[in-house]
Design a protein around this ligand. Sequence first.
Ligand code: ATP
Length: 368
Amino acid sequence: MALELKHVTKIYDNGFQAVTDFNLEIKDKEFICLVGPSGCGKSTTLRMIAGLETITDGEFNINGVKVNDLSPRQRGIAMVFQSYALYPTLTVYENMAFGLELAGFDQDVIKQRVDEAAKILGLTEYLDRKPKNLSGGQRQRVALGRAIIRHADIFLMDEPLSNLDAKQRVNMRSELVKIHRSVGATTIYVTHDQIEAMTMSDRIVVMSLGKVQQVGTPKELYFHPKNLFVAGFIGDPPMNFLNSHVEGKQIVADDNSITLPVAPLGKEFVSKLEGKSLVVAYRPEHVYYEIPEGSTAKDCFEFKGVVEVSELLGDVQNIYITVGNAQGAKAVLKAGPNLVTKPGAEIKYFVKKEDMHFFDAISQDVIE
Ligand code: ATP
């Protein structure tokens, strides 16, 4: 099923505008994640798609047909919530079968569908168990099973993994992708966890304050964030930002802690930066401690900083520094475990010109 949201807006009864002019076309069988910080309007958007919340303004279409006024049931949508609310006295089989039984389906059809869903979800041997004798991950799979057996063409999920522990979440992420492939339903998945979004989606919608900030594949959002919000939201640790401006042939930090020659950038691009308040940005993982192979000093920006502290995570370390001098802006650099650093020591690093991002500090948009 292809879905389309056209200029969708939600104003709640108390006058609060939770979603503003939301536009998105979703292709058949696509896996879309809505991400953004708490309160940005993700659940409201999902609930409007489900038909659980009225659309104040705009249009929601399924396969080209406007469905604003159809009930949730008429829209043919299955929804999985954060709290999976299984019936404690029913077995896994009965929990999954419940909805179809209410709808008056034949026992043979129900059994066939439950068995099929149980197979996809790895629940076949648990069908006789009660929910209390299952792990959190298994309970979540039962909740998914209830949605799968409805054979809905559209799946909506609202933070379905948030009740699981870290390890179960990682496992369920890859399982959800497999389940999506075998079920083939168009899926919209709400999460505030950018790692979930990056690992599962065909495309991600980043939202802030009720507005879409950017829509793109995980790669597009990571490599080409359109604005400062997306740049800061996608990536962990987040991108490093340095407020600066161009003075002659130098990029100068506003706090005067560092200057970077503009030479690696073309003249035409430099002219776009001149006279603007800039935010220069680079990812912690895009730094090198020597001029990177295949590059020359002319292709790179050379930074200096002062180490505050370093955190060894095993295979990598995060080095927290101040840029330029001890009063400079904060930044985080990733390094291999063997790079030796000491608090207070000076550190030198390089960023390739293609890994640098420049934003207009006033409009917050990327300069390309
Ligand atoms: P979270 O990640 O915390 O669930 P969210 O991005 O899903 O957040 P929504 O639940 O869509 O955010 O809420 C968006 C905004 O709308 C919030 O500021 C919220 O307080 C407000 N809101 C939600 N429901 C209502 C309501 N029924 N009446 C008025 N305002 C509401």
